[in-house]
Design a protein around this ligand. Structure first.
Ligand SMILES: *[C@@H]1O[C@H](CO)[C@@H](O)[C@H](O)[C@H]1NC(C)=O
Ligand SMILES: *[C@@H]1O[C@H](CO)[C@@H](O)[C@H](O)[C@H]1NC(C)=O
Ligand SMILES: *[C@@H]1O[C@H](CO)[C@@H](O)[C@H](O)[C@H]1NC(C)=O
Ligand SMILES: CC(=O)N[C@H]1CO[C@H](CO)[C@@H](O)[C@@H]1O
Length: 326
């Protein structure tokens, strides 16, 4: 995992040196994002996810080598070097970190699936054009997942169902953090909870944190959340029809985000039998509408985090999100 960061100004360096001298390592990691350093561990519901941890990395550049390297539950760090074409999805085992090399390594045509696994980290990949029924990444019946600094994209010249989701989380998955990714040129962004009929599987689960992601020209599902609990903070949404969609009793806290060129920033009463709940604070809606039929009770996430002001979110997210920014 690279820890190199862009050159800093003298003032920033001085501030960092002073901070480093004054604070323990854990506190330094909590420096404001404007300092430019990528987190080394997930913040939010995915906290505690370590993937392959400090296992010696293996580097692969073919689909066959990748498939074999990510199989099984032993601790492993798998670096992907180059852009690999595939159809369908590759299953990732537990205790795995998948890490792209450089800024354009990853997968096109399909994606990754984390099914019935735990403790998986996916970072720094370029994942594009996942032809249905493959999602860019599917997280299914899995816990402790960190999806960080990836670039997801498709195109909007095909029918809306030609590609599947960019990042879908379902079947009672839990404890997931989605941070510093870009999601671009797509219809169906991120579906959390795939069906109104899955109450028994999903109720009490699907706890997800989305922070510092950039959704650019994604039509909807930013995210769509059924049954679960979602914390959506410091994201930049540009060019959506409908962004946050809380349904089937889901609780969403929508905090300090920026919306631009967006029709509806948050809705709780569309397309499902039962409405969701939402609580909004500190957002810059940029003129977007909201449709809040039920104000939620989820106002205090059970973890520590620092939400920056909406006024600095566009700068932070456009400079820091996506592959190649670790
Ligand atoms: C993941 O690794 C931990 C620590 O080695 C181990 O206890 C656990 O069984 C592994 N998980 C799975 C699903 O094998
Ligand atoms: C990601 O991959 C897509 C498809 O190959 C490509 O169009 C895009 O330029 C890539 N992005 C980066 C940052 O390399
Ligand atoms: C999710 O994380 C919380 C806090 O660490 C933990 O108590 C809970 O057991 C986890 N849930 C699952 C399903 O792993
Ligand atoms: C437990 C549960 O509710 N499972 C349902 C999830 O949704 C699928 C359809 O997508 C049903 O087949 C399952 O019974």
């Amino acid at each position: 995992m690279r820890t190199t960061v862009p050159p800093r100004t003298h003032t920033q360096r001085s501030a960092l040196v002073a901070a480093a001298a004054a604070l323990a390592t854990a506190a330094v990691l909590a420096l404001p994002q404007s300092a430019g350093a990528a987190e080394t561990a997930p913040i939010g519901y995915g906290a505690g996810t370590t993937g392959g941890g400090s296992a010696t990395p293996v580097t692969v550049s073919t689909l066959a080598a990748f498939q074999s390297a990510v199989t099984g539950n032993a601790a492993k760090v798998v670096r992907v070097n180059g852009l690999i074409s595939l159809s369908g999805q590759v299953d990732i085992g537990s205790n795995t970190t998948v890490l792209g090399v450089g800024s354009s390594s990853g997968f096109t045509g399909g994606g990754l699936r984390i099914k019935e696994e735990t403790n998986v980290v996916v970072r720094n990949l370029n994942i594009s054009k996942p032809v249905a029924p493959a999602d860019g990444i599917t997280v299914q019946e899995s816990t402790k997942v960190w999806i960080d600094h990836n670039s997801f994209s498709a195109d909007r010249s095909h029918d809306k169902d030609y590609y599947d989701g960019l990042l879908d989380i379902n079947h009672g998955s839990d404890n997931v953090t989605v941070s510093w990714n870009t999601f671009k040129e797509h219809f169906k962004g991120s579906l959390v909870g795939h069906s109104d009929n899955n109450a028994s599987e999903d109720t009490g689960h699907l706890k997800v944190t989305y922070h510092h992601n950039h959704f650019g020209n994604v039509y909807s599902r930013i995210p769509s959340l059924r049954f679960g609990t979602g914390h959506f903070y410091n994201n930049y949404v540009d060019g959506a029809e409908t962004a946050c969609h809380s349904r089937m009793g889901a609780q969403m806290l929508v905090e300090n985000n920026v919306f631009r060129n967006t029709g509806v920033a948050v809705t709780t009463n569309r397309s499902s039998d039962v409405d969701g709940y939402a609580n909004l604070r500190g957002n810059d809606l940029g003129g977007a509408a909201t449709e809040i039929s039920r104000v939620g009770s989820f106002t205090t996430p059970p973890y520590s985090y620092t939400a920056e002001s909406a006024s600095s979110v566009v700068a932070s997210v456009t400079s820091g999100a996506g592959a190649g920014k670790l």
